[in-house]
Ligand binder design. Structure first.
Ligand SMILES: [Fe+2]
Length: 143
C-alpha cells in the first residue's frame, strides 16, 4: 500500500471552537482517505463513494460554520467578511460536484488535479480563511 502525506489539524490552525475544530479534523481525514484511495488505485466506485462522503460532510460542516458566522457577524465589515467566506464554501462545493459528476459519468479525472485542488483548498481555507474568523467565531462563546 502506498503511503501519502497525512493532513493533521495542528495547533496553529485551531479556531478554539470545539465543534468546528473537530469537524475540520474530520474533513482532513476525508481528504486523506481520497489521497489513499487514489494512491492505491482503488476502484472508481470506491473513489466516488469517498468523494461523495467528502461532499456530504463538507456541506454539513459549512452549514455549522455558516450558522455561527451569520449569527456573530454584526458590523458591516464582519458581514462582508462572512459573505466572502461563504462564497469560498460555495466555490469548493461546486468544484467537488464537478469532479463527482465526471467520476459518475466515468469521464477522465486527473488524479493529480483532484488531489492538488483538495490539498490546496483545505490548507488555504482552514489555515488562513477559517483562522481569520477565529475572533468572530469565539465572540459568541460562553466564558
Ligand atoms: Fe470555512
Amino acid at each position: 500500500m502506498k503511503r501519502t502525506r497525512t493532513l493533521i489539524l495542528d495547533e496553529s490552525a485551531r479556531t478554539g471552537v470545539e465543534e468546528i475544530d473537530q469537524q475540520h479534523q474530520s474533513l482532513l481525514n476525508l481528504v486523506n482517505d481520497v489521497h489513499l484511495s487514489l494512491a492505491n488505485c482503488e476502484t472508481s466506485v470506491n473513489t466516488r463513494s469517498i468523494v461523495q462522503e467528502l461532499l456530504g460532510y463538507s456541506i454539513h460542516h459549512f452549514n455549522t460554520e455558516e450558522s455561527l458566522i451569520k449569527e456573530r457577524a454584526i458590523s458591516a465589515d464582519e458581514k462582508t467578511a462572512a459573505a466572502a467566506h461563504i462564497a469560498q464554501h460555495r466555490q469548493f462545493s461546486r468544484q467537488i460536484v464537478s469532479f463527482q459528476e465526471k467520476l459518475l459519468k466515468r469521464e477522465y479525472v486527473d488524479k493529480e488535479e483532484l488531489l492538488a485542488f483538495l490539498t490546496g483548498w483545505i490548507n488555504e481555507h482552514l489555515f488562513n480563511a477559517d483562522k481569520a474568523l477565529e475572533k468572530l467565531l469565539l465572540s459568541g462563546q460562553e466564558e
